[in-house]
Structures are given as structure tokens and as C-alpha cells.
Design a protein around this ligand. Structure first.
Ligand SMILES: Nc1ncnc2c1ncn2[C@@H]1O[C@H](COP(=O)(O)OP(=O)(O)OP(=O)(O)O)[C@@H](O)[C@H]1O
Length: 344
């Protein structure tokens, strides 16, 4: 049984079409990230699942049941927002207990469930603290706990980590993922941060201008982006026209993409690699080495080197075949001959 399925979901807001015929299946217990540039419709899609934004057409199902016509409170989904949205006049325990109170759960059971949830969130004993005394990371954990305390069939997260410092964000990613796994909780999270999506998701839904471009596990999305635009969004920052000297497995590709960190100017030439000879135009220290701009055939490509390379020097930029991403004349991903053999 599918935990969540969307078929032909279309949303118009005023005269504008925001989402166009979205089809998506989310399996029970999985973690799905909606990823894409600002304004592509991620939040609108999440709000449509939660019931805050009505559909113009299409259907949303939780299990076998259509929830399209249900108001948010009858969907029993839980949502956590970027801003913590905790009640500042209530202490931690009361914030957590509030959804239980609304559902008429007796006081003793509320107290028990709040204590259990706080243990799970590694905030045992925080019941009587004021939420105003908590750090950002602690507040977001409480917001998460308040969403989870009702045992929702579906957890919806709208950029829940984006207000936090980088280090807290990283540790909360791991905590959130562990909690989600241990509870077997079906989760859909919006993020515009590809690193976050790659680290956390079982499946990533890449969106663009109200459409789904690709649905794939992180490694497939990273290595085989659907098209050139998706590749650029996923950090493929170099593209070159394919030439006859390039590895034969890539024959037929029009364009090859690669990430700067996969390209080197300071290694011995090897077979089965993309090789371009060019002149160094810039050399920038990046902390773990140097980023080198190389101009070859009137185009600047970027590579890395362990030690600095003077501007003006001629170098050989090299990218191993395994790091090259081929695209056809239509700019769509085109499996290399090697990949085709693997899947045959
Ligand atoms: N209430 C509304 N009325 C009209 N247009 C809206 C409304 N809400 C959002 N939009 C438009 O819908 C499009 C998608 O917005 P949405 O917030 O879903 O994108 P997003 O991918 O979540 O972006 P971000 O990452 O910036 O939050 C945007 O062009 C936005 O301007």
C-alpha cells in the first residue's frame, strides 16, 4: 500500500498556474525531499498535501483514502514550519501537550506522552522550561515533538532547519533522520538545499516551475540528473562540447558535464578521461586546495590542484570518465555506453 499518492495534482492561485499535473508516490516509512529553486512550487505542494491550499484538479490519497476534500485537521498530517511557531506563553511541556489536549486526551496520559517524547528528543526533564530560554535547535526539536506527539500518519516539514546555524543544522539533520527511521514515519520535507536533500532523503523530487523534473534516490539524481538544467542545479558547474578524443563510451553525447572537484590539472594523463589543454587564468585558495580556472578553446573550465598554479601556465585538465555526465542534443541525460551495458 502506498502511504501517499498524488495524481494529476494541479493548483492555480489567482490567474497563475503554480503546480501542473503532479504525480507522485511516497512509500510508507520513507523520507522524501521536495527540492528545487526558489519559487518552483515546493511549499505550495506541501501545503496542498496538508490541506491548506485547495487543488484545482487532481487527487491526493493517504493509503487507500482520498483526502482531497478533507480540511487540514481531518487529514491528521502534522506539519513543521521554518519558524518554530511555539507558544511563547506556554512552557515546553504545555507546548507539547497542547495537541493532545485538543484531542481530549486525559491529563495523566498527556504527562506520560510528553515525558516520553522529550526523552526521544534528547530533552528529558525540560517540561517546565520556558520556550523562550531554549536555543534555536532545541526549539525546533520541540516543534518537531509537538508535531509527532499525535502519532501522525504523515509528517510534512517546510524547511525546518533553515533558520539554524550550520553546525546545529548538520547535527539536527542526523537526529531528525534517525527519529524518522525509528518511528517508521512517512515524511515529506521541502528544502532548497541540495546537500540537505542528498544526505537525508530516500527519494528526491526535483521540481522546476511547477513541474516535477525527476524523482530518484539521491545517488541517481546526483550522478544522472535528468537534463542540463537539473545538472547545473545539482552542482555540475562545467559543461563542454563532446569531442572525438573523449572516451569512446561517451560517443553520441553532445555535451559532457562535470563538477569542478572531479577535474584536476596536476595529475598524470590517463586513458579513459576527458582531457583539455588550456591556459591558467585564475588560481583561488579554497581551504582544501586550489580552484584553477583554465581557458581552453575560448571557454573557461574549472578544476582543482593541491598546490597553486601560476596564471598564464599551460596545463592539462583531466576528468575521469566515471565523473563525466553525458547529455544528448536535446540536453537530456544520455546514459554512456558503459552505463547501458550495466543496466542491460
Ligand atoms: N498565495 C499566493 N498567491 C499567488 N501566488 C502565489 C501564492 N503563494 C505562492 N505563490 C507563487 O507560487 C510560486 C511557487 O511558490 P512556492 O512558495 O510554492 O515556491 P517554493 O518553491 O516553495 O519557493 P521558496 O523556496 O522560495 O519558498 C511562486 O511564484 C509564488 O510567487
Amino acid at each position: 500500500m502506498n502511504a501517499l499518492s498524488l495524481s494529476e495534482v494541479t493548483v492555480d492561485l489567482g490567474p497563475r498556474r503554480i503546480l501542473e499535473r503532479i504525480n507522485l508516490v511516497v512509500t510508507p516509512g520513507s523520507f522524501t525531499c521536495l527540492l528545487g529553486p526558489s519559487g518552483c512550487g515546493k511549499t505550495t505542494l506541501l501545503r496542498a498535501i496538508a490541506g491548506f491550499t485547495p487543488l484545482s484538479s487532481g487527487d491526493i490519497r493517504l493509503g487507500e483514502r482520498s483526502i482531497t476534500e478533507l480540511p487540514p485537521e481531518k487529514r491528521h498530517t502534522a506539519m513543521v514550519f521554518q519558524s518554530y511557531a511555539l507558544w511563547p506563553h506556554m512552557n515546553v511541556g504545555d507546548n507539547l501537550a497542547y495537541p493532545l489536549k485538543l484531542r481530549g486526551i486525559p491529563k495523566d496520559e498527556r504527562t506520560q506522552r510528553v515525558a516520553t517524547m522529550l526523552e526521544r528528543l534528547a530533552l528529558g526533564g525540560f517540561e517546565h522550561r520556558s520556550v523562550t530560554q531554549l536555543s534555536g535547535g532545541q526549539r525546533q526539536r520541540i516543534a518537531l515533538g509537538r508535531a509527532l506527539i499525535i502519532d501522525p500518519p504523515l509528517l510534512l516539514l517546510d524547511e525546518p532547519l533553515s533558520n539554524l546555524d550550520a553546525s546545529i543544522r548538520r547535527s539536527l539533520r542526523g537526529e531528525l533522520r534517525q527519529l524518522q527511521k525509528s518511528l517508521g514515519l512517512t515524511t515529506v520535507m521541502v528544502t532548497h538545499d541540495q546537500e540537505e536533500a542528498l544526505q537525508m532523503a530516500d527519494q528526491i523530487v526535483l521540481m522546476r516551475e511547477g513541474h516535477i523534473v525527476q524523482v530518484a534516490p539521491p545517488a541517481s539524481l546526483y550522478q544522472q540528473p535528468a537534463d542540463l538544467e537539473a545538472a547545473r542545479f545539482l552542482g555540475v558547474d562545467n559543461t563542454v562540447a563532446c569531442s572525438p578524443q573523449d572516451p569512446s563510451a561517451l560517443a553520441g553525447a553532445k555535451t559532457l558535464g562535470f563538477r569542478t572537484r572531479e577535474a584536476r590539472v596536476d595529475v598524470a594523463p590517463s586513458v579513459n578521461a576527458l582531457v583539455r589543454r588550456g591556459q591558467v587564468t585564475e588560481c583561488v585558495y579554497t581551504g582544501d586546495g586550489y580552484q584553477i580556472g583554465v581557458t581552453a578553446n575560448d571557454q573557461t573550465l574549472f578544476a582543482t590542484a593541491r598546490t597553486p598554479v601560476e596564471a598564464g601556465r599551460f596545463v592539462t585538465l583531466q576528468v575521469p570518465e566515471s565523473a563525466l555526465i553525458p547529455f544528448g542534443p536535446d540536453h537530456r541525460y544520455m546514459p554512456s555506453l558503459n552505463a547501458q551495458e550495466h543496466t542491460a
